[in-house]
Design a protein around this ligand. Structure first.
Ligand code: SF4
Ligand code: SF4
Length: 305
């Protein structure tokens, strides 16, 4: 089962929920947590994994050998992103437009194009003391695209899941219905904030989406956006209201009107806020939330089943 923890905006408590959910789930069975918030991954700060594996990732950018190139223009014709152009006796590559699809290399009749990895970020992972298989992606500062790193993170092989390495169907296969999702590993994904391409990429192929919000006009505005994406993708979802007690009832009204269940409420609590700022997880600060998270997991499992 794959659960995505998402929110329309940053700072709503997405990582607070994802890390404690993983800790509770680790008491029940095999669990992996993937921090896909590649612009600012921080779940590892709370779970303190042993970093066993690390891999540089990026896009394969074409390099043209001008001595071999006949300037025929076939590469420019095939590129949908206008990332390669032939101007007179020059073939120019614009790496910032390139999506690394490899089409130009395939069509080049002279074999004049080779590819070089443009490193955009790093994947890293390893087990935590609680038995969670943890992995995160981290994008280099200044990189414009998060999606290629999230895609690479999807292919990350578990380092250790209680000693068993288990294969899973690819997400695209699940999305197309070729393979049923396996329920023996719980995968929790901490998605990027917002409702743009990196979020869609993180949500695609999931079984359930947990939307973390706060009961304020800003929270509602951003919840609506990400809930719209989830609806488009046809996935079941539930809401967690964080900092409950501030704001108004508009989030409740919206969820009622749109048949989105509110699965849990985390009250506004200074002790929780201070504990999280010091790097503690919700269930360490308030162990009673462990039971609520466990109940929520059961509800989600029933809905997914
Ligand atoms: S397809 Fe190959 S030979 Fe033709 S312009 Fe591009 S790089 Fe040069
Ligand atoms: S790899 Fe793809 S996107 Fe990049 S220049 Fe070649 S055809 Fe264009």
């Amino acid at each position: 089962m794959r659960i995505v923890v998402a929110s329309g905006k940053g700072g709503t408590g997405k990582t607070t929920v994802a890390t404690s959910l993983a800790l509770v789930a680790a008491e029940l069975g095999a669990v992996r947590l993937m921090d896909r918030d590649v612009e600012a991954p921080n779940a590892g700060l709370f779970l303190d994994p042993v970093w066993e594996k690390r891999k540089e990732v990026g896009l394969l950018i074409p390099q043209v050998d001008e001595a071999t190139c006949t300037f025929c223009g076939k590469c420019a014709e095939v590129c949908q992103f206008h990332a390669i152009a032939v101007i007179g006796k020059k073939t120019l590559v614009f790496p910032e437009l390139c999506h690394g699809c490899g089409s130009c290399t395939l069509v080049c009749p002279e074999g004049a194009i080779s590819e070089k990895l443009d490193v955009m970020g790093v994947l890293a992972g390893g087990p935590t003391a609680h038995g969670i298989d943890f992995a995160q992606g981290e994008m280099n500062i200044g990189e414009p695209m998060a999606v290629p790193i999230i895609r690479e993170l999807k292919k990350w092989e578990p380092v250790s899941l209680r000693g068993t390495k288990q294969s899973q169907p690819m997400e695209d296969e699940i999305a197309s219905g070729k393979n049923a999702p396996r329920n023996d590993i719980l995968e929790i994904r901490d998605a990027p904030p917002g409702a743009s391409c990196p979020v869609v990429e993180s949500i695609r192929g999931a079984d359930f989406v947990l939307l973390v919000t706060e009961p304020t006009p800003f929270g509602l505005h951003d919840l609506k956006q990400v809930a719209g994406v989830v609806k488009e993708l046809g996935l079941p979802a539930g809401v967690i209201v964080n900092r409950d007690g501030i704001g108004d009832n508009a989030v409740q009204d919206y969820c009622d009107d749109n048949d989105i269940p509110i699965l849990m409420r985390i009250p506004m609590d200074r002790q929780v806020a201070e504990g999280i700022a010091q790097g503690h997880t919700l269930v360490e600060i308030r162990p009673e939330f462990g039971l609520a998270l466990r109940d929520m997991l059961e509800q989600i499992a029933q809905r997914v089943a």
